[in-house]
Design a protein around this ligand. Structure first.
Ligand code: PRX
Length: 646
């Protein structure tokens, strides 16, 4: 059994933090007992409003309805750029570190303003209006942030699609959000390899006749196909327009962006976030959870295609006038010291990454870390999946030299911002625990029958009251939104996660309780991989489960029933893996595929995933009751032919 050591926050870290333990208790109590006073104070301090709100908040947790800072007007790009110009026009807003260590850029707030205004004017010139959706399919270059902010400047709603998604997945998202404009780059670059983004867009657009404009950033200068009537070079279009663009006054509840995420059933859901509440929550959490201080360099390693990139590379940090670092590459290129070389090169103070990256680097030993200084580091963060205590300890002792607090932050695409996390200087840390709720957040644990569990308990994690950056709907499908999040338990938001609460009231997230997998911090629905597999001519049926993986957290294990006329072979297996990559994206490629003569089903035809999961995880002694299956012999067959995952 792993011995968990309690890490008291070191005196050095405690000295200058925004809050101490009493400060956290006082503010948390105020946020729960006098929420209107609390939120009015924070919204005034962190956000500039063009018109004040008439009411702080209204919600109905039975229907998932929430509105924050009602009637308030603001503009996100003005908050992230314009209001900083008087004081910090020459301060670096974005440090960009290229995939190639010899390439970097510093973008000041002044330059950010010009770039965003120009791109906003390009969008306007191409007919984009307030409320229109614009799809972004971008590599990790500053233009990704310019494009997001340009949308917010004119009130357009961005839908960023992660650059690792396949053309088919991109097409589905463009169609679902009814985008008419796409912003992309000729190519992306990661780990010395190029990614054909524009070519992928062209493939996707074969089925998107409504898209009339593709704005392309020249990143590598590679030869790419060009459609005169539709394609526009970003640098040429930007040079032809003014660098002044007045920010559009937006209602606090106007949509800000759509971001697709995976659920347990069907197609990905377009999570919709709105303007005022989202911006405030990301700025507030960035300030307190990362204990951001003026002048510090902050680096979040996420991709802008995921929510962590939205909230903690772009919106939270820029709203706070921070210097945010954006890295194009991967942690192991050109070598395993890359992250720490970047920390030393740019004097990074705060570093925020995912457990999968920590585990991958840990597997390469201490030397690549120890050979660097990391003296600038003050705080470390973790997000995306449960962090195992071994990885936590390594992060704390080796990366942070036992000097930097580790903040394990729990949240989701739907929550918009961090909901459970320690505050440095205020919360004693326990490796593996996301610790305590952020201000205004009231978590609870429910059993499967919907009874609230009190004290020390293990259950389904729900949130009892509305918070400002709460998901407002699933784009185009409000019923699905209610069914997914507000119907499992009456009057509360259901997270889909399980958690344990200990004797100190600390939360320990145990992972998803639904059919959603977490592969290297990427969220993938089993249904998505299954749908991709059954589209293949040789596949009759497929069932996908997760199994533990040392580095990725979870791996994808698929059971595939071949068509009667198909011959299972190694070539077909390889084919199926490529096929899933093409349908969804490389990150969704199954790690293991087992041929299945049949799948275990109940008499009513429902696949018993619990059993498939046990077989994939080699937990045969806890297989449970198989007597309700329509054909229990299928299970023996699957066990006999289970794959060796070692
Ligand atoms: O299962 C939880 C896990 O990631 C899920 C949310 O995934 P996504 O919407 O892609 O957002 C990821 C980045 C916020 C959650 O339902 N998760 C996220 N953070 C943690 C976590 N699990 C344990 N500990 C965390 N700190």
């Amino acid at each position: 059994m792993y011995e968990i050591e309690q890490h008291k926050v070191s005196e050095a870290a405690r000295r200058d933090t925004h809050l101490d333990a009493d400060g956290y208790e006082r503010l948390y109590r105020q946020s729960i007992e006098q929420p209107d006073t609390f939120w009015a104070e924070q919204a005034t301090r962190f956000v500039d409003w063009m018109q004040p709100w008439s009411k702080i908040h209204e919600s109905n947790m039975d229907k998932g309805e929430a509105a924050w800072f009602i009637d308030g007007k603001l503009n996100v790009s003005a908050n992230c750029i314009d209001r900083h110009l008087a004081k910090r026009a020459d301060q670096t807003a974005i440090i960009w570190e290229g995939d190639d260590p010899s390439e970097d850029r510093h973008i000041s707030y002044r330059e950010l303003h010009q770039q965003v205004c120009r791109l906003a004017n390009v969008l306007k010139a191409r007919g984009v209006k307030k409320g229109d959706r614009v799809c972004l399919y971008m590599p990790m270059i500053p233009e990704a942030a310019f494009a997001m902010l340009a949308c917010t400047r004119i009130g357009a709603v961005h839908s960023v699609v992660f650059g690792g998604f396949s053309p088919d997945a991109l097409r589905d998202r463009i169609q679902n959000a009814e985008c008419r404009v796409v912003i992309t780059a000729d190519e992306g670059v990661r780990g010395g390899k190029s990614i054909p983004l524009k070519q992928n867009v062209d493939k996707a657009l074969a089925d998107c006749p409504d898209v009339h404009t593709v704005v392309t950033v020249k990143r590598t200068g590679a030869d790419i196909p060009w459609h005169e009537h539709r394609d526009v070079w970003c640098h040429e279009a930007c040079a032809a327009v003014s660098d002044v663009c007045e920010p559009e006054p937006m209602d606090s509840e106007d949509p800000l962006f759509i971001l697709y995420t995976s659920g347990s059933t069907g197609k990905p859901k377009g999570v919709l976030h709105t303007t005022g509440g989202y911006l405030l929550s990301t700025a507030l959490t960035h300030h307190y959870v990362f204990d951001y201080h003026e002048g510090e360099v902050y680096w979040c390693t996420a991709d802008v295609g995921w929510v962590t990139g939205h909230s903690y590379i772009v919106y939270g940090p820029l709203c706070n006038g921070a210097t945010t670092l954006m890295f194009e590459g991967v942690p192991t290129y050109p070598n395993a010291s890359r992250c720490w070389d970047i920390v030393d090169k740019h004097k990074v103070n705060i570093f925020y990454t995912a457990p999968t990256a920590i585990r991958a680097l840990m597997a390469l030993g201490d030397e690549p870390v120890k050979s660097t200084s990391r003296a600038s580091l003050r705080l470390l963060g973790s997000v995306g999946e449960p962090i195992n205590p071994e990885a936590w300890e390594w992060y704390y002792h080796v990366v942070g030299d036992s000097r930097c607090p580790v903040v394990d932050t729990w949240w989701q695409t739907e929550t918009g911002s961090i909901l459970i996390a320690p505050l440095p200087g205020a919360t004693d840390l326990k490796p593996g625990s996301a610790t305590r709720p952020f201000f205004g957040v009231e978590p609870a644990l429910y059993d499967n029958d919907g009874n609230e569990l009190h004290g020390v308990a293990d259950g389904n994690l729900v949130i009892k009251r509305s918070w400002p950056s709460q998901i407002r709907t699933v784009y185009g499908d409000n019923q699905r939104f209610i069914d997914t999040y507000f119907s499992t338990y009456k009057g509360v938001y259901f997270t889909g996660d399980g958690a344990r609460r200990d004797e100190d009231g600390y939360y320990w997230i145990t992972g998803r309780v639904d059919d959603v997998l977490n592969i290297s911090g990427h969220r993938i629905g089993t249904a998505e991989v299954e749908s991709a597999l059954v589209l293949h001519d040789a596949v009759a049926e497929a069932a996908v489960v997760g199994c533990p993986h040392d580095i990725k957290g979870q791996a994808i294990y698929a059971y595939v029933m071949p068509m009667h006329n198909a011959t299972p072979s190694d070539e077909l297996l390889a084919d199926l893996k490529v096929y899933v990559s093409e349908q969804v994206g490389a990150f969704a490629k199954p790690d293991f595929i087992q041929w299945a003569p049949g799948l275990p089903k109940t008499r009513s035809g429902k696949i018993m995933r619990r059993i498939l999961r046990k077989i994939a995880c080699d937990e045969l002694d806890t297989l449970g009751d198989t007597s309700t299956l329509s054909d229990p012999t299928v299970v023996d067959e699957l066990i006999e032919h289970r794959l060796n995952r070692g």
